[in-house]
Design a protein around this ligand. Structure first.
Ligand code: HEC
Ligand code: HEC
Length: 281
């Protein structure tokens, strides 16, 4: 199946009739609009302030975005997306995020065959009308939160190149998740398990049980990162059981282990882990 990607690429070049190579990456706006006649990049939202567009955009937001960003766009599984323009995101960049998604996260790309450029501009015109959530006064102490993180969480989580790898890298988790989502994760009151980190236990023929996070599985073998962070591969022929678990391998932190004050500091620290202005442009 290795050839499928170049073939698809060739079909798309033929289809759009523009040169993908001429405008790498940033050309997404013009290229993915099948009706676009020119390569001109649209950098401002052409529908900004247009009342019909805002109304339709609101309807589309509720059906396509609210499930993750919340009905008021102030964050649920995904982050708060109110007030992004005011904080320096250009229209072009917002368009690019919605069109191409954020790789490696639940923010998936919008298929140009199903979602037109116009649809996206409508949603963005609607978002533009929402007031930014009032910035909640910083309550916790982020510095103490960082210490708590180093003591409890670093063994499994990398932040800016330091830490373990059993769990996902959290360097940008403050941009990607709202505070309530982070809180539920730490307290263990969330059912969400990040895709690619499902818990699994394998039982070998000689009765050993190895628990970890599943990384890969095919007909004949399975690869897991065990609880000591070693990548291990097993041939299924050598296993008697593979138990996938609905729960995460991440421990839940009760109020005895982490009181509300400490949790507040920790969450304050996590919300400082954000996309940098340089990445944002
Ligand atoms: C034993 C390893 C381990 C420890 C210790 C641990 N985690 Fe995790 N964590 C994981 C794994 C594995 C996942 C991915 C599976 C999941 O979503 O539950 C995860 C997921 C997360 C997520 C969700 C990431 C996302 O993209 O939604 C957050 C936030 C998080 N951990 C924060 C913490 C914090 C804060 C601590 C310390 C108080 C901590 N973790 C301690 C293993 C760990
Ligand atoms: C399945 C869940 C999901 C859906 C549906 C979804 N998003 Fe997202 N979105 C996310 C997540 C998670 C992130 C954070 C990604 C990261 O870690 O940076 C995100 C990020 C974003 C960002 C960037 C925020 C920032 O601070 O950089 C924008 C803008 C955005 N989404 C807009 C939308 C719009 C508009 C829609 C509907 C057309 C939508 N999203 C649908 C989950 C979703």
């Amino acid at each position: 199946m290795r050839w499928s990607v170049p073939v698809l690429g060739a079909v798309m070049v033929g289809f759009t009739g523009v040169f993908l190579a001429a405008t790498p990456d940033r050309g997404g706006v013009a290229l993915q609009d099948r009706t676009a006649r020119t390569e001109a990049r649209v950098t401002k939202n052409p529908l900004q302030g247009n009342q019909d567009a805002i109304r339709e955009g609101g309807t589309k937001f509720r059906s396509r975005c609210a499930g993750c960003h919340g009905p008021d766009a102030r964050g649920y599984i995904g982050p708060d997306i109110t007030g992004l323009s005011a904080s320096g995101y250009t229209d072009e960049r917002l368009f690019g995020i919605v069109r191409r998604g954020v790789p490696g996260t639940e923010m998936t790309p919008a298929d140009p065959l199903r979602v037109s450029d116009r649809d996206i501009w409508q949603v963005l015109a609607y978002l533009d009308t929402l007031k930014a959530a009032p910035s909640t006064p910083a309550s916790g102490d982020a510095q103490n939160g960082e210490r708590i993180f180093r003591a409890n969480c670093s063994s499994c989580h990398m932040v800016n190149g330091r830490g373990g790898q059993l769990g996902p890298d959290l360097s940008r988790v403050g941009s990607g998740r709202s505070r309530p989502v982070l809180l539920n994760k730490v307290r263990g009151t969330s059912d969400n398990v990040r895709p690619g980190y499902e818990a699994v236990t394998v039982v070998t023929r000689d009765g050993q049980r190895i628990r970890g996070v599943k990384k890969n599985e095919d007909e004949f073998s399975i690869q897991i990162v065990d609880m000591r962070e070693r990548l291990q591969g097993y041939l299924k022929a050598n296993l008697t059981e593979i138990l996938t678990e609905p729960r995460t391998v991440m421990p839940a932190y009760s109020a005895e282990q982490l009181n509300d004050r400490a949790l507040d500091d920790l969450l304050q620290y996590l919300t400082t882990l954000r996309v940098t202005d340089a990445e944002r442009r």
